[in-house]
Design a protein around this ligand. Structure first.
Ligand code: UDP
Ligand code: MG
Length: 312
């Protein structure tokens, strides 16, 4: 019998877990032709999340858990879970039921009967999301798809079902700065997208503030594109050309009409403009340098505090 691993990153999800566990049980009893393995990754929760998961594990041998020493972020939780899951298929889903477990039945059906390695979900609407957030999200997807050569689908969630090969490929990328949507795109494989209506989280609060999402989008762009680095060179060449033309223009004008000293406000504006562009470029280089610095330390992506998975 084939095994399906369900991987669930959890950070302060005490309110949602019981709903999720009930839904998963509904799904697993329906799909009796498969073995299931439930891997809960407790990402350093400060509430009763770990305690609840341990209660499930005590009465349900399918439940495995990994608990981090602190909050390392969802990306680290995904990496830890993928490194420890043993199923022929692995489904990654959120703890808040925004990724409806019942879709996994349809995903399994597709992956078995059609020639796909990965079935991924995307939401069709951004209903229930503040308009400003949707605006910036759309802008981000447009930008990253222009700047990098991997395709990142707008509205794609991390919710997906993967074959073993895909999981192994993702795990083999052990970089420190992890941007899953990019990693999934980078490894390739045949992916089928299924659409579903956005649903609100069942309980609890989202862990993503606008600022966190903004920083995450910058991480995504620097991780998968070096185009911003070329920006400095392009702007440099452009300004050089403008400077040469201006110098020629001023020499000619002065030799014909003389040199009335005027125009210092314009000069101040130009100095401010050029130095702000220089700072912007320095900032861009700094972003990449910081990423290189963090990678070069080779720190572990996460630290485990507790688990019931025996290491092999
Ligand atoms: N999550 C996590 N670590 C974090 C933040 C979130 O493991 O630092 C988990 C969270 O428990 C949930 C999933 O990632 O299962 C998605 O988080 P959330 O629902 O807050 O994000 P949203 O759906 O609002 O994008
Ligand atoms: Mg959510």
């Amino acid at each position: 019998m084939e095994t399906v691993s369900l991987l669930i990153p959890c950070y302060n999800e005490q309110e949602s877990l019981s709903f999720l566990y009930a839904e998963i049980n509904k799904l697993t009893s329906k799909l009796s032709g498969y073995n299931f393995e439930l891997i809960f990754v407790d990402d350093g929760s400060k509430d009763l999340t770990l305690k609840i998961i341990k209660q499930y594990a005590a009465s349900d041998s399918r439940v495995k858990y990994l608990s981090f020493s602190r909050n390392f972020g969802k990306e680290a939780a995904i990496y830890a879970g993928l490194s420890h899951c043993g199923g022929d298929y692995t489904a990654l889903l959120d703890a808040d039921l925004q990724d409806p477990p019942e879709l996994i039945e349809q995903m399994l059906e597709s992956i078995k009967t059609e020639d796909y390695d990965c079935i991924a979900a995307r939401r069709t609407t951004r209903a229930g999301e503040p308009p400003i957030r949707s605006f910036f999200a759309n802008l981000f997807y447009r930008l990253i798809n222009k700047l990098s050569n991997i395709e990142i689908v707008n509205g794609a969630r991390d919710f997906r079902l993967m074959k073993r090969d895909v999981v192994n490929s993702i795990v083999s990328m052990n970089e420190y700065n992890r941007f899953s949507k990019g990693l999934f795109g980078w490894v390739g494989y045949k992916t089928k997208w299924i659409s579903y209506e956005n649903v609100e989280r069942v309980a609890g609060q989202t862990k993503w503030s606008f600022w966190k999402l903004f920083l995450y989008s910058i991480d995504g762009i620097t991780a998968f594109s070096t185009v911003p680095l070329a920006f400095a060179s392009v702007i440099g060449v452009l300004f050089f050309l403008i400077a040469v033309i201006s110098i020629i223009f001023i020499i000619i004008r002065t030799s014909i009409w003389g040199d009335p000293v005027a125009g210092w406000p314009a000069l101040v504006c130009i100095i401010l403009f050029v130095s702000s562009i220089q700072l912007l470029c320095l900032g861009i280089i700094g972003q990449y340098l910081a990423k290189t610095y963090l990678e070069s330390k080779k720190r572990p992506v996460y630290l485990l505090r507790e688990t019931n998975i025996e290491s092999n």
